[in-house]
Design a protein around this ligand. Structure first.
Ligand code: AMP
Length: 193
């Protein structure tokens, strides 16, 4: 929704890593072990991925980094590369709700659309039949991922204290989207959003 509204280049590091795993590249082979365990991929690999991807974009193109930075080292590397964010959006959702969202999440490999078996079910039997359940979207793995999040979030948050937009993410997506857009509007301050 943000990508469409603001015409942004959207880089999801998780999606980029899953594509690398599918391709069977060196990066994909190394990343797979960590991803399968629900652990963070080493900082140097992910930093190189993000820098390369952003360098390929025209300088005046706005971007949305999704799932990055996840550690202090990643935030520092971004700053050291002179890549400066306008806003940092933190979607606050209780751990139990995250477990429910992740375990019910299913991906349509043909369209890239993400569904949830209860909250956003697929529109037809045909779509339902081709949905994929990510191997790290199990209760066991999500707990490891949430622990990694809690170990790092304070440091990352601190790096972006001046541009933080914290939103209650435990509501329906239209309400969450509206608050994020309002936050962006006020951060930007010049009405251009
Ligand atoms: P996601 O799709 O954002 O949930 O990411 C899936 C997995 O990819 C994570 O559990 C990590 O193993 C890896 N990953 C994605 N982004 C990062 C990142 N910024 N730093 C380290 N590992 C990452």
């Amino acid at each position: 929704m943000l990508r469409e509204k603001y015409d942004l280049y959207h880089l999801s590091t998780g999606d980029a890593l899953r594509a690398a795993v599918k391709e069977g590249s060196e990066l994909g082979k190394t990343a797979k072990t960590f991803m399968d365990a629900g652990e963070l991929v080493p900082d140097d690999l992910i930093i190189a991925l993000v820098k390369d991807a952003l360098a390929k974009q025209p300088a005046n193109r706005g971007w949305l980094l999704d799932g990055f930075p996840r550690t202090k080292a990643q935030a520092e590397a971004l700053a050291a590369a002179g890549i400066e964010a306008t806003a940092f959006v933190l979607l606050d959702v209780p751990d139990e709700a995250l477990v429910g969202r992740v375990t019910g999440r299913r991906l349509d490999p043909e369209t890239g659309t993400i569904y949830h078996l209860t909250y956003s079910p697929p529109p037809s039997e045909e779509v339902a039949a081709r949905l994929v359940h990510r191997s790290d979207d199990t209760e066991e793995k999500v707990k490891v991922r949430i622990a990694a999040f809690h170990a790092n979030v304070a440091d990352v948050r601190e790096s972006y204290a001046g541009i933080l937009i914290a939103v209650d993410g435990n509501r329906n997506k239209r309400e969450v989207f509206k608050d994020v857009c309002n936050g962006l509007y006020w951060k930007r301050g010049d009405g251009k959003w």
